[in-house]
Design a protein. Sequence first.
Length: 257
Amino acid sequence: MTSPIALGIDIGGSGIKLALVNTETGALATSRRRIDTPRPATPNAVSGALRKLASQEPGIRASAPVGIGFPGVIRGGKAQTAANLGKAWIGTDVRTLGDVAAGRAATVVNDADAAGLAEVRFGAGRGQQGLVAIITLGTGIGSALVYAGHLLPNSELGHIEIRGKDAEKRAAASVRVRKGLSWKAWSRRVEEYLLTLDRLVSPDLVIIGGGISRNADKFLPRIHVRPRVVPASLGNDAGIIGAALWARDAADVEGDE
Ligand code: BGC
């Protein structure tokens, strides 16, 4: 029997995180390790930070597939956009970061897609029928659309236009801090964002992810939109777990061929 363990790596705008994950249960098999994302977050700098982080985790080299969640559009393992990390990433083969961390190529997925997959399999979206939209509010806004368990990758709904502006520039969690907005003022922005999202894709359930999901009581009660809106239940680990699931699924497909 193949081992259910995979390595999940989450490259974010503020932190890089990793852990070994049991992909059958969704539980972390080692405790999460984190390092600040270097600034500027060039491919070289991120690669160096990841190398340092990975060297602290014994057992990485022996473990099976490696999955990376990356904050941009991913096609064939390469970054096509990287709004919050910088243009230098565009065209970069993110799979090679797996070599840096664990000595083998990684499978790469958009970070919000990874979080969405994890929430639908093991978190707040488990057993949900219809269309689930997972919206991560962090440095930027990420989105994942999952219908009947199937992910529609690279949906990028954080970049829809609201009041003539990129939505993530108005309603990401980082905007609340940067502009010193009250929870009330920021909630209004998130509500407007979710109203627009509903007009576009009519989700049956919206799951709010990102570190901010820990403070759901401060803003979710103020938000009134048609679809049900709930906080993510895997919190900040969702990206790591989803990246590992993605890698495990890809390895299973290869094994079937
Ligand atoms: C990127 C998305 C990413 C999101 C959250 C956005 O700026 O375009 O790909 O999922 O930030 O990190």
